[in-house]
Structures are given as structure tokens and as C-alpha cells.
Design a protein around this ligand. Sequence first.
Ligand code: SF4
Length: 205
Amino acid sequence: MNCKDLLLKLSAEHSLSAGDYRYLLDARTSDDEAFAKELAVLLRKRIYGSAVFVRGLIEISNICKNNCFYCGIRAANTNADRYRLTPEEILSCAEEGYRLGFRTFVLQGGEDPLFTDAVLCDIIKKIKARFPDCAVTLSMGERPYESYAVLRKAGADRYLLRHETADKAHYERLHPKEMSFDHRMECLRELRTLGYQVGAGFMVG
Ligand code: SF4
């Protein structure tokens, strides 16, 4: 099979053998890359049409206890300018966002120990009470199952947790030894079990 045939197969079946992926990476031409983009656009249009989905992202804190090697706000980076929004500031961002037409709010932060379950639940409940037609997404990292459960009960609809890379050895090269690939995957499974809409994802480059 040549690259174009492999791309058609990938588009239809969503997966190739490791050997086929390697062949594609090694033998592709700029024409093949353009063809891959065309196929991706066709698939995207089939599923989403031409709509644009807009999310109101509220970066609630850049304080994090972790040290992922690639991250600008890792705990060990003493040059980062740190901040944490108060619950009132977060609600005021949501208010402004609602006025501007946003109907999904993403509360995103590092793994900041001050955003306890009680603090987050209170914020989620207030957002859902004031804006019942809005979805709340959390992007607050790895937490215990019980924490995911109470946040869901408080009204959180979605959870964003990038797995960063699906290869365990690669994951271990990008993270300090305190962090675990298996635990991250377990968190994703738990979120699914609890009925969240889950967003995962990997880094490129
Ligand atoms: S957990 Fe997230 S915010 Fe914290 S260091 Fe890792 S990538 Fe950065």
C-alpha cells in the first residue's frame, strides 16, 4: 500500500498497525500531508458541520504542587508570577462571560491545594444556580475518586484531563517519579464512571 491508500484506510478504520504508521511517517510527501488534511476536514465537517463551539475558559489559579517537566507553571519554576482568583472573582468572570454569550464555563487551574472540594463545590453550585442553561467543565487535575464524585454531584458536567501521552515509558520521561501514568489513566476511567463528559488529549511536539 502507498501512503494515500494507508491514509484512506486510517480515515475509514481510525487505526493502523505500528508498521503502517512508521511507513507513513518515513515515506510521506507534502502531497500526502495535504491529502491527510483534506480527509481530516471531511471527517470534521461530517461530525461537526461548520459550527464553531466557544468555551469560556476561566484560569482560576496558576499555582500547582506538581512538577511536570514541560510545564511553565510547575512548582519548581520560581520565575512564574503566581495568582489565584477568589470565588467572587470567578463568579464575576462567569457573569461577564454569560453577558457576552458564553454558555460553557471551564474552571481551569493547576493542582492548587486551596481549591478544596468545599471551595469548588460552592463555586459550581453558584454558577449553576445563576446560569442554569450553562455547562460547567473542570480542569483541575488528578483528584481522589470521592472528590470527583462530590464535584459531579455539585453540578460539574465535564472534566478535562489531558493524558499527555499514551505511552507509559514516554510519560515517565516527561514527569517526575511521584507522578504515575497508571494513576492518570485510572482518573480518566473514574471520571467516565461518574458520568462526566471527559476530555483527554495528548501533546504534540
Ligand atoms: S499538573 Fe498541570 S499545571 Fe501542574 S505542573 Fe503538571 S501540567 Fe503544569
